[in-house]
Design a protein around this ligand. Structure first.
Ligand code: ZN
Length: 287
């Protein structure tokens, strides 16, 4: 296992962590000032400053990407599936332009939440089938663009509205069915917040191996958690044994960035420099 205590060369910042404190250009500047080598931006943040400016700002700051957030949200009414397909293809193209190592997929839940405006539907099985079809279709396009897709299983509390793939096992089953060769075109993003509770986690991380482990996201699980979406904890403030999880991921072959991804009203209320300095300190001591 790599020693993170002496520096933060393997720290990446998911830019949602400081999204309220400034636009993407300001976040890139701040990360560069703090000696952070990588970020993972969101599509809306890129769109807000323009793709070309984002590409230029990243290059000028010498920042790498650890991923691009996000594609997916596949379940939709039949008449809107072309729109979903095209939107996801644009996400692949943006990820390629930005030099991302993978496009993260949050696959969607029931249609009316995945794509607002769709008809209400309670058929989670149908949503999961639609997700599989959607990934299969996008994978062809992504292969052409040489952009790996990383399925991110989300905690089951998001099954209705964000992702009906909720375990690493389910995500890897999809990978094995859709990309049996395992050449790196399709894999998973392991986010500690979403998978830490799973009693099958160690086995599934080992099963994933180096070729499927495309991203590793960290934050912490607070007890109690007061908001389903925006109460993630800073590493070290909650109950996840992050060093143990990182040891498992690295033993399986992962050697990339540990990406800090915190959606939190508490951390959004603090100055960007303070949040980034805290991320660096906790990366050394709690990850
Ligand atoms: Zn994540």
């Amino acid at each position: 296992m790599r020693d993170f205590s002496g520096d933060h060369r393997w720290l990446s910042v998911n830019t949602a962590t400081v999204r309220r404190q400034g636009n993407l250009a300001a976040i890139i500047d701040a990360c560069a000032r703090h000696g952070i080598r990588a970020v993972s931006p969101w599509r809306d943040q890129v769109a807000a400053i323009g793709l070309e400016r984002a590409v230029r700002a990243l290059r000028d700051a010498g920042l790498e990407l650890s991923g691009y957030c996000r594609g997916g949200m596949f379940p939709a009414d039949a008449e809107r599936r072309a729109e979903v397909r095209d939107d996801n293809r644009r996400a692949v193209d943006e990820a390629a332009a930005l030099g991302a190592p993978c496009l993260v997929l949050v696959v969607g839940g029931l249609p009316q939440f995945s794509r607002p405006g769709c008809r209400p539907d309670k058929d989670l099985g149908a949503a999961r089938a639609r997700v599989e079809d959607g990934i299969a279709e996008l994978l062809e396009y992504a292969r052409g663009a040489r952009m790996p897709l990383a399925i991110e299983p989300l905690h089951p509390m998001y099954a209705a509205d964000r992702a009906c793939v909720n375990t690493l096992r389910h995500a890897l089953d999809l990978c094995d069915r859709l990309d049996p060769d395992g050449g790196g075109a399709l894999g998973v993003a392991v986010d500690a917040y979403h998978v830490w509770w799973d009693d099958d986690l160690d086995a599934q991380i080992a099963r994933a191996g180096r070729r499927r482990l495309l991203a590793f996201h960290v934050c912490d699980w607070l007890v109690p958690t007061t908001d389903l979406l925006n109460d993630r904890g800073m590493m070290g403030d909650g109950v996840i044994d992050l060093p143990r999880l990182r040891a498992r991921v690295e033993a399986a072959g992962f050697a990339g960035f540990a990406e800090v991804e915190i959606f939190s009203e508490r951390w959004w209320a603090l100055p960007m420099d303070e949040v980034l300095a805290t991320c660096i300190g906790r990366h050394r001591t709690a990850v």
